[in-house]
Write a new protein. Structure first.
Length: 154
């Protein structure tokens, strides 16, 4: 019986080359990470001021939507605390982000996004939406957002 030789085992990894190689983070992703680091270092006392300042920096129509979403969330779920999260306006309960607003220019997309984290109480069966594309806000969308935010914190 021959003793087993060390180092002769083949790796379990596939030897097939992949056509897409990781080329690093985009400038937008780097920017989001830098913003997050600054948020962690920043004074947590004035989350609302930071959120309103971030919204004020946004180009239209995101600025108007951000202001309106802020008002809807504050009215629908006063228990949520405004704060920045990866450079985006977000709203947290007990320090955990429940929902957030991502401006279209954040990652150069064609629409803004209103989303919910996994901490939101939106579970419905085996599948449910967690983010919504926003091109504008009408009374219908505002009512739906208010309902979702109330449910998310329930």
């Amino acid at each position: 019986m021959k003793p087993a030789q060390k180092g002769t085992r083949k790796s379990a990894k596939s030897t097939t080359a992949t056509s897409k190689k990781f080329k690093g983070f985009t400038d937008e992703e780097h920017g989001a990470m830098r913003e997050r680091i600054q948020e962690l270092k920043a004074d947590k006392e004035d989350g609302e001021g930071a959120v309103l300042a971030k919204i004020a920096e946004m180009p239209e129509p995101d600025r108007t939507m951000g202001k309106r979403l802020h008002a809807i969330i504050k009215e629908s779920a006063p228990a949520l605390s405004p704060r920045l999260w990866y450079g985006m306006p977000a709203y947290a309960k007990d320090g955990k982000v429940i929902c957030f607003f991502q401006a279209a220019q954040k990652f150069k997309t064609r629409y803004a996004t209103f989303g919910f984290s996994d901490k939101a109480n939106l579970d419905e069966g085996a599948m449910w939406p967690t983010a919504f594309a926003l091109k504008g806000l009408t009374a219908t969308e505002e009512a739906r957002i208010a309902t979702l935010v109330k449910k998310a914190v329930s």
